[in-house]
Design a protein around this ligand. Structure first.
Ligand code: SER
Length: 317
């Protein structure tokens, strides 16, 4: 008989982790979803624990104490922050993954989720409609750690039978939580600044097209992948995943439909070079074929939901 599902989320305080924790708790019940992070914010939540993912012994204790069967390993340092401390980025993004893969290999986990990213692509990757199977030649510390992580996930699956599943997330847009240290963060900051100051100074140039996704789609994709039949998951590196692509100029125009006076100025910094090495659009047909992935949100729908919800948040504060 299979064991009762008990989930551990690492990086539960991050942009995706916060919303994923809520979604998984709605599905499995609060006591069955242990949220963990190195930043303790929810002190009233008894199913929320401090966890340093570099402390492998502590991870093993947590798995044993809470009888964990699945890990969503969301903790990571993103692309822009990664450039300030490449060695730490490798340690956090890669070495911690290997420790968790080893724990899974010892037979202590049923399933593992590893978040990958469009940052695994690089300057030599076709930028339009980027195919699933391309050589991965990333140029950021973050991208290198995630590309290596994907390859090791595939290795642990093939060699040791570890059921590890992975997605290459585009930039994620959410009102419930804010990203930190990424290159796609502008697409969240812009909404806050549009509502608060009717002005945003963008750190990317106006025509910088990047793949993006509204958070509900990202959470749905994550849970759908993890719940898909074992036999349908034929890809054990990160699945390409896509919903929409837009430039800062196009997002500015979309927000102006709600805030006509909203102005944008452009002051590209080092993040421009990172964005320029990534794809503009992604071919995610493999995910659509193998486990029926479908997105719900495009630029118009996402902009509407962001403006409505952030307006409410700022009014109630
Ligand atoms: N959102 C991430 C970043 O910008 C990409 O995965 O770093």
């Amino acid at each position: 008989m299979s064991k009762k599902t008990k989930i551990l989320i690492t990086g539960a305080n991050g942009q995706l982790g916060q919303v994923l924790t809520k979604a998984l708790r709605e599905r499995h019940g609060v006591p069955n979803v242990i949220a963990s992070d190195i930043n303790l914010k929810n002190s009233n939540d008894s199913n929320y624990i401090f966890l340093d993912i570099l402390n492998t012994e502590r991870i093993k204790e947590v798995i044993a104490d809470y009888e964990i069967t699945q890990i969503y390993h969301m903790a990571a340092i993103l692309s822009a922050n990664g450039e300030w401390n490449p060695a730490k980025t490798w340690n956090v993004n890669f070495n911690a993954l290997i420790s968790i893969l080893d724990i899974a290999k010892e037979g202590n986990l049923e399933k593992l989720f590893f978040p990958s990213t469009i940052a695994v692509f690089g300057n030599t990757t076709p930028r339009m409609n980027t195919p699933q199977d391309v050589p991965l030649l990333p140029e950021t510390a973050y991208g290198i750690s995630k590309a290596a992580g994907e390859l090791w996930c595939n290795y642990y699956y093939k060699r040791y039978g570890v059921d590890v599943r992975s997605l290459r997330y585009p930039g994620i847009i959410s009102y419930q939580s804010i990203p930190s240290g990424g290159t796609t963060d502008y697409a969240v900051e812009i909404f806050h600044e549009a509502i608060k100051h009717q002005h945003y100074e963008c750190f990317l140039g106006e025509e910088t097209m990047l793949p993006m996704m509204y958070i509900d789609d990202a959470i749905d994709a994550t849970i759908a992948l993890m719940e898909a039949d074992y036999s349908s998951i034929k890809t054990r590196i990160g699945y390409n995943l896509s919903a929409m692509s837009f430039s800062p100029r196009q997002l500015h125009l979309a927000i102006q439909q709600y805030i006509p006076d909203f102005k944008i100025t452009y002051k590209p910094d080092f993040r421009q070079g990172i964005a320029d090495s990534w794809s503009e659009t992604i071919d995610d047909s493999r995910a659509r074929e193998e486990w029926n992935w479908q997105h719900q949100y495009d630029l118009t729908k996402m902009t509407d939901i962001m403006i409505q919800n952030l307006n409410k948040q700022y009014k109630s504060n």
